[in-house]
Design a protein around this ligand. Structure first.
Ligand SMILES: NC(=O)C1=CN([C@@H]2O[C@H](COP(=O)(O)OP(=O)(O)OC[C@H]3O[C@@H](n4cnc5c(N)ncnc54)[C@H](OP(=O)(O)O)[C@@H]3O)[C@@H](O)[C@H]2O)[C@@H](O)CC1
Ligand SMILES: Nc1ncnc2c1ncn2[C@@H]1O[C@H](COP(=O)(O)OP(=O)(O)O)[C@@H](O)[C@H]1O
Ligand SMILES: [K+]
Length: 488
């Protein structure tokens, strides 16, 4: 399990640890980890040009001490002092080791341009608000330079506690983060700007509280995934019911059923009108299909979980099907058109059995009234608030998928690829998560494991080229195989 923390949590832990150690110990640990990471990235340290962007706080102090270590190994290190003040002891050590300073104007920009490696020590967990000048300009100069940037603790301009970016931010090839991962390194847009993340152990572990967010690893998902046992049969493995698709949108039904079948459901029951029924039968002979003359679940058979909503439409038929599904006593996943209906009629969610909703930012906006862009900029907060308000588990889709449930750390997933941003992949996700619910996982585990598997399947289906939604469903078994073979 990857854990991450807010700036306040880190600061509190640092205080406790610092009180037990001689002054400066933590920064020395941080700087030596940072210098080692820079050296590894440079390959040959001697004679290389390193430019430090140094802000007024301890983030700049880390950069200066690391710069001193690199200078002692023969690097030509220049520091652009961007703050109104500079970490005094760090600067002294840096100058003593042979480092030089460059002004923050044109000379600083030139130092950035000629560097082999740039170290971003402008701001870390002490930042507030958008970067101010001259930091803003230096961040942009670093992004325009040919050399890669190593960010100290977090890329400057990324909010350490949320991943939010207001204005300019450093685009790092590597972020060397001190003591523990910061939440903003796991959540987009921050995650996308952090590059690789390397954690330097400064001894903070025993002082850290429960994490703010967590990310499942492949081994975690492999351990959570249900597997058939010798005594299994199709009913005991879990039956998923899918209520999706309409005469107008038949593909959603095919994709959701496919996701459910290929994620290991014992059986999939599909119920819908004539057109999607014909399509589901043609694509998935293994599904048990009921053609409906009227919106009713009578005679469809028992299931252990329902998936409702993709391509369902928002008219009377759809509303009646949704109401009947939600009136059942098993877990229900509500997606797409189902969410539009719930946004109109919140009372539909009032039920005892668990509910997992899987909106993208636009659908969450309909549910909560918050703006779509505002949600995308701060997805953690909006997913958390929605989970608390609605009393359900919220899986918010997008470049980072986040799963929020009241009173638990948010789970974040970054296994996906931007190639997944194509029509129908969300329908596949709903089927995958439905299969995991039917196999007995709770909404929190089902949602986060489904997001992981779906992202990995997307990568397998894509391998750097366009994918289509049916290909993502087809790659789900390969994703499961990859996980389980890695962990056995
Ligand atoms: N403590 C320790 O032992 C350890 C600490 N560690 C390291 O310390 C880092 C935290 O250091 P920190 O607390 O000094 O804050 P930090 O992020 O450097 O800068 C804050 C200053 O920046 C400024 N500023 C703020 N916002 C701004 C903006 N938008 N645009 C422009 N300027 C802005 C503002 O200064 P002002 O402008 O008011 O002069 C503010 O005071 C942490 O991330 C880690 O790297 C590790 O080495 C582990 C051991
Ligand atoms: N930029 C991106 N990077 C990674 N995954 C993405 C990105 N954009 C979308 N996705 C994923 O693709 C899927 C899209 O789902 P959704 O928006 O419901 O599409 P549809 O309704 O067409 O099925 C989600 O799983 C989402 O997390
Ligand atoms: K930084």
């Amino acid at each position: 399990m990857r854990t991450a923390y807010t700036a306040d949590q880190i600061r509190a832990a640092e205080h406790e640890l610092m009180a037990r150690l001689p002054e400066g110990t933590l920064m020395q640990r941080a700087a030596s980890g940072l210098a080692a990471a820079c050296a590894a990235m440079l390959g040959k340290v001697y004679g290389s040009r390193v430019t430090l962007l140094v802000g007024s706080g301890d983030n700049g102090g880390d950069a200066l001490y690391a710069g001193a270590l690199l200078a002692r190994r023969g690097a030509r290190v220049e520091a652009v002092l961007a703050g109104g003040r500079t970490h005094e002891a760090g600067l002294e050590a840096f100058l003593l080791a042979g480092g030089r300073t460059a002004g923050d104007g044109a000379a600083g920009a030139e130092a950035v341009e000629r560097a082999d490696l740039i170290v971003d020590g402008l701001v870390g967990i002490g930042a507030s608000g958008p970067l101010r000048e001259p930091y803003w300009g230096l961040a942009r100069a670093a992004n325009a330079a040919a050399a890669p940037t190593v960010a100290v603790d977090v890329p400057s301009g990324v909010d350490a506690s949320s991943g939010r970016v207001e204005g300019a931010a450093v685009e790092a090839a590597l972020t060397v983060t001190m003591g523990a991962r910061k939440t903003g390194l796991l959540v987009d847009p921050g995650a996308a700007l952090a590059g690789e993340v390397e954690l330097v152990d400064i001894g903070l572990g025993p002082y850290l509280p429960d994490p703010d967010v967590v990310g499942l690893t492949g081994a975690d998902v492999a351990a959570l995934l249900p597997r058939p046992a010798a005594e299994s049969d199709k009913y005991r493995r879990g039956v998923v019911g899918v209520v999706a698709g309409s005469d107008q949108y038949t593909g959603a039904a095919v994709l959701a059923v496919g996701g459910a079948l290929l994620a290991g459901a014992g059986m999939v029951r599909y119920a819908g009108p004539g057109e999607p029924v014909a399509q589901v039968r043609a694509h998935w002979p293994e599904a048990v299909v009921t053609e409906l003359e009227r919106p009713s679940l009578d005679g469809v058979g028992r299931v252990q979980a329902w998936v409702v909503g993709p391509g369902l439409g928002t008219g009377d038929w759809a509303r009646e099907m949704l109401a009947q599904v939600l009136a059942s006593d098993v877990p229900v996943l509500v997606d797409a058109d189902g969410l539009t209906l719930v946004a109109r009629e919140r009372d539909l969610l009032g039920r005892e059995a668990p509910v997992l909703v899987t909106p993208h930012a636009g659908e969450l906006s309909r549910l909560t009234g918050a703006g779509r862009e505002e949600i995308e900029a701060d997805r953690l907060r909006h997913a958390r608030d929605a989970a608390a308000d609605l009393g359900v588990t919220v899986l918010l889709k997008g470049s980072t998928t986040v799963v929020a449930e009241p009173d638990r750390p948010v789970r974040v997933n970054g296994t996906g690829t931007a190639w997944l941003a194509t029509g129908g992949t969300g329908d596949v996700l709903s089927g995958v998560a439905g299969a995991l619910l039917a196999q007995g996982l709770g909404c929190y585990d089902a949602g986060s494991c489904a997001a992981y598997l779906h992202g990995l399947a997307g990568r397998i289906a894509s391998s750097g080229a366009p994918l289509h939604a049916a290909g993502v469903a087809a790659a789900v078994p390969a994703a499961i195989r990859e996980l389980t073979s890695r962990s056995s």
